[in-house]
Design a protein. Structure first.
Length: 329
């Protein structure tokens, strides 16, 4: 009697632990490197809300903005190790993961606006690109927009010759490296969290980013000129640790996929306006002068940078580049 009594108590203990565990929310740590008040920061928060709503609180997404948890390179390692579950790195940062094809998005002037870009990110080329992640222990869930980049420096950058000898911070993409070299500048790879200080102290002379990133990191306060060149695109792939995702209960996974689809619509709705607002705010601040290129100057940039497409064929794939030309007509 004693024995079966203690067995029963033991069994009840096990059951109650199981119940407690079943009640514990599933935690998703979503780490990123930009400010909360950016297209990516806001979309991450929206995903967190939607995930909670659609799973009746069974999933809790905690967003860590501004490199509070990890910097660029570390965050990808942390995802693979399972220390965080979700990221949205810029497409220029997938080289270290072994997916060089994503650097096709960095090719100068490859997209003439968001509509052209979406024919790629929302079509079969985009699906195929996301599929390339799966043998890296990572699953690609969506593309999120940011926008078209400006160039900044303490001198006006109007023509390719103005870049000669300039040290320009770039993300870790070989295409961006080649782009800066084609302009006669010296590219310096650096984590996003270090850019403001590097600009302030003169470790680098200038940089490129969409206005929303420039403004929210206050880079315009330490750069006298911002050229509205729209010379390249910066956007994101939302990725998760594959083992974690595959291990989720199917109903939870379905709910999270729905949340991601809605967050993606939101991300891609706000990005353009956010960047326009950020550029207006930079102008308003009076700290940086906004330079608009004349059509002749823009044509000069395009002419100088055209060779980057050819030179990067081996890195990102000639067929991929051709298929993007075709898709964007
Ligand atoms: C950068 O490093 O400049 C960007 O990738 C930051 C970001 O995530 O938008």
């Amino acid at each position: 009697m004693m024995r079966s009594g203690s067995l029963l108590i033991g069994l009840l203990c096990v059951l109650s632990v199981a119940v407690v565990q079943a009640d514990e929310p599933i935690v998703i740590k979503f780490s990123h490197v930009v400010a909360a008040d950016t297209p990516k920061g806001k979309a991450a928060e929206r995903f967190a809300e939607l995930a909670k709503e659609k799973t009746d609180g069974r999933v809790e997404v905690t967003v860590y903005p501004n490199s509070t948890l990890y910097k660029d390179k570390e965050e990808v390692e942390a995802l693979q190790l399972g220390a965080v579950q979700m990221l949205a790195p810029s497409l220029a940062k997938f080289g270290p993961l072994g997916v060089k094809e994503f650097e096709v998005f960095d090719l100068p002037f490859i997209f003439d606006g968001y509509d052209q870009l979406h024919t790629v990110t929302e079509g079969p080329i985009g699906d195929e690109l996301l599929g390339k992640l799966s043998d890296k222990g990572v699953l690609g869930l969506a593309f999120w927009d940011n926008g078209f980049k400006v160039m900044s420096a303490n001198k006006p950058l109007q023509e390719p010759k103005d870049f000669r000898g300039m040290k320009m911070r770039i993300q870790s993409s070989k295409v961006l490296d080649e782009q800066m070299r084609a302009l006669g500048a010296s590219p310096q790879v650096m984590a996003f969290s270090e850019v403001y200080q590097a600009l302030q102290t003169g470790v680098v002379d200038g940089t490129e980013n969409p206005p929303s990133n420039l403004y929210t990191q206050k880079m315009h306060e330490v750069q006298k000129y911002v050229t509205k060149s729209d010379h390249g695109y910066l956007g994101y792939a939302v990725i998760v640790n594959k083992a974690f995702w595959d291990g989720l209960p199917p109903d939870i996974r379905t709910a999270l996929e729905e949340a991601m689809a809605e967050a993606t619509v939101y991300a891609n709705e706000i990005a353009k306006q956010d960047n326009e607002d950020a550029l207006a705010a930079v102008k308003e601040s009076g700290k940086s002068e906004i330079i608009e290129l004349t059509p002749e100057q823009k044509a000069e940039w395009m002419k100088r940078l055209a060779k980057v497409h050819r030179e990067m064929e081996d890195r990102v794939g000639k067929e991929l580049i051709q298929s993007i030309y075709q898709a964007t007509g």
